[in-house]
Design a protein around this ligand. Structure first.
Ligand code: FES
Length: 180
């Protein structure tokens, strides 16, 4: 990240901390916003939050580490989360998992070298009667089969790719204001 980008990110975090009350209660909502926008919460962001809130960085790290959805490393453009809870397990989640790993050339918990895909496990996604279920970013797919994995990945590359590119064009270092 360039210095100017860091300065802008810091300024935006400072502003959002004020928006959320300028005290410790701002910590979680700002972390959530950063996670949502950038896909991870970097050490730099944690340091800035500690500075702005006048708390120890370990405290920020502790909060960020508590929530499993918060990552500390950049993830892929498309985060694929496959449900591993029993109903999906019984409907063939393992075969879908192997197909995803084979097609992407990575294991769960890893990101492809091109930075496009991350594979993660998820617990119940609320679609138990239509398993196996998986999420690609915020889009859910149900009754997934090894055969449909290829189509889902292609859809990611085509449909979501365009969508994400548009989002990225809109992205600056500005954090969203909708959570005010
Ligand atoms: S068990 Fe997989 S969606 Fe509920």
């Amino acid at each position: 990240m360039l210095i100017s980008e860091r300065e802008q990110l810091r300024a935006n975090i400072e502003r959002r901390v004020i928006d959320f009350g300028n005290n410790r209660s701002a910590l979680i909502p700002v972390i959530q916003e950063v996670q949502q926008k950038y896909g991870h919460v970097s050490e730099y962001v944690m340091q800035v939050l500690a500075d702005v809130l006048h708390i120890h960085p370990v405290e920020v790290y502790g909060v960020a580490s508590f929530y499993s959805f918060i990552g500390h490393k950049p993830k892929g453009r498309f985060i694929i989360r496959l449900c591993r809870t029993l109903p999906c397990e019984m409907k063939g989640k393992e075969r879908v998992a192997r197909q995803l790993e084979n097609d992407l050339g990575i294991h769960f918990g890893e990101t492809t070298d091109d930075g496009n895909f991350t594979l993660e496990w998820a617990n119940c996604l609320g679609m138990c009667d239509q398993g196996p279920a998986l999420l690609v970013n915020e889009r859910i797919y149900t009754q997934v089969t090894p055969q449909s994995v290829h189509d889902i990945l292609e859809e990611c590359r085509e449909v979501f790719g365009v969508h994400t590119t548009l989002q990225e064009k809109e992205m600056s270092c500005e954090l969203p204001t909708s959570a005010k």
